[in-house]
Ligand binder design. Structure first.
Ligand code: PLP
Length: 395
């Protein structure tokens, strides 16, 4: 599989592109690091004669640096940064119109589900939610008016795998676009465009930013027609990130490869350790050979990522006590930062879903999600051990 390789003669390797694409020395001053262009407007030489920038909603040099780097890492020619992941999701949805039908994987980020369930139907966009882990379900849901298929892989929090290439083929056959929310995998581990997808979406709040200090989102495409429409609609609707947030996200992006290698190495150790404990009934990690998506993950990803989900061998109370007993894993929403986080999907990330739909996704009252950080793996395993001991003792 191509490693998001560009056809434009840019550097071949991910690590090099993350640090160099879009980031040559500042033409005005020679500043080696892309400056924070904290300006709303750009002085014109004469009316209509400017140096490519007029007004920062439309375009800003710090933001462009981030967008070019992100696009290069996803192997697309056009990147668009947004003020949040949800603004990016909404930005990608500008590619459809009232009357269009969208087939959506039902194992979906809660905020995206809310937008598709409660906001966009008011504008006449129709949605069908299907189990996309079985591509034939996607195929069956396609209609004449279907213009988009929307998936995530791996999914949150059960880390189920969806076959990106199979969904891309179905979308293509119906003249629809396949959108992949690539937040969990990151461009380091998966490039949906290379697998046939048309649009990639990120919450850069998570691994791309990587330090839990900046909210942001991005949409990446390769084709000019989608790019023109995204540029137009983003400028028309205005959900752009500021220069400072763009700069922070770019700084995070530069070390994505290093961080992902550590996240992943630690996640493997944490998954193994959890598997060795009697208090844990099941470990969900795509890197484990018995994970139902393991073979597909091995084909379409370059690694298995930094998220590990476990089902405790007990009830709600044991799971809650475990979540409240860790000392290094912070009990918090979000994921993908250098520090480890622990979450309780039943009432936290998936609190808005009905009990039936949570169960259909495989989530139970005993499910706990771990975003494994880049601390030392032994300290993380020790923390899990003491938290399990205390959770059981408190019974
Ligand atoms: C967090 C997240 C989003 C939304 O991003 P925000 O930056 O919080 O707006 C979208 N998709 C996935 C998979 C996410 O994890």
């Amino acid at each position: 599989m191509s490693n998001g390789k560009r056809s434009d003669g840019g550097p071949d390797h991910f690590e090099t592109r993350a640090i160099h694409v879009g980031q040559s020395a500042d033409p005005a001053t020679g500043s080696t690091i892309v400056p924070v262009y904290q300006t709303t407007t750009f002085t014109q030489d004469s009316v209509g004669k400017h140096r490519g920038y007029e007004y920062s909603r439309s375009s800003n040099p710090t933001r462009v640096a981030l967008e070019d780097a992100l696009a290069a890492l996803e192997g697309g020619r056009h990147g668009f940064a947004y003020a949040s992941g949800m603004a990016a999701v909404n930005g990608a949805m500008q590619l459809v119109s009232g009357g269009d039908h969208v087939v959506v994987a039902d194992d979906l980020y809660g905020g995206t589900y809310r937008l598709f369930d409660r906001v966009l139907p008011r504008y006449g966009v129709e949605f069908s939610f299907v189990d996309a882990t079985r591509p034939e379900e996607v195929r069956k849901a396609m209609r004449d008016t279907t213009r988009m298929v929307w998936i995530e892989s791996p999914t949150n929090p059960m880390l189920r795998l969806v076959d990106v290439a199979a969904c891309a083929e179905i979308a293509r056959a119906h003249d629809a676009r396949l959108v992949v929310d690539n937040t969990f995998a990151t461009p380091y581990l998966q490039n949906p465009l290379a697998l046939g997808a048309h649009v990639v979406v990120h919450s850069t709040t998570k691994y791309v930013g990587g330090h839990s200090d900046v909210i942001g989102g991005a949409v990446i495409v390769d084709d000019d027609e989608s790019a023109e429409h995204l540029q137009f609609t983003r400028n028309a609707t205005g959900g752009v990130p500021g220069p400072w947030d763009s700069w922070l996200t770019l700084r995070g992006l530069r070390t994505l490869s290093l961080r992902m290698r550590e996240h992943q190495a630690n996640a493997e150790k944490v998954a193994d350790f959890c598997g060795s404990r009697d208090e844990i009934a099941a470990v969900h990690y795509p890197g484990l050979p018995d994970h139902p998506g393991h073979d597909l993950a091995s084909r379409q990803m370059r690694g298995f990522g930094g998220m590990v989900t476990v089902d405790l061998a007990g009830d709600t109370n044991l799971a809650l006590r475990f979540c409240e007993s860790t000392r290094l894993f912070s009990l918090a929403e979000s994921l993908g930062g250098v520090e480890s986080l622990i979450g309780y999907p039943w009432t936290m990330s998936h609190g808005a879903f009905s009990p039936e739909s949570k169960r259909a996704k495989g989530i139970t009252e005993a499910t706990v999600r771990l975003s494994v950080g880049i601390e030392h793996a032994e300290d993380l395993c020790d923390d899990i051990a003491q938290a399990l001991d205390r959770a059981v003792a408190a019974k």
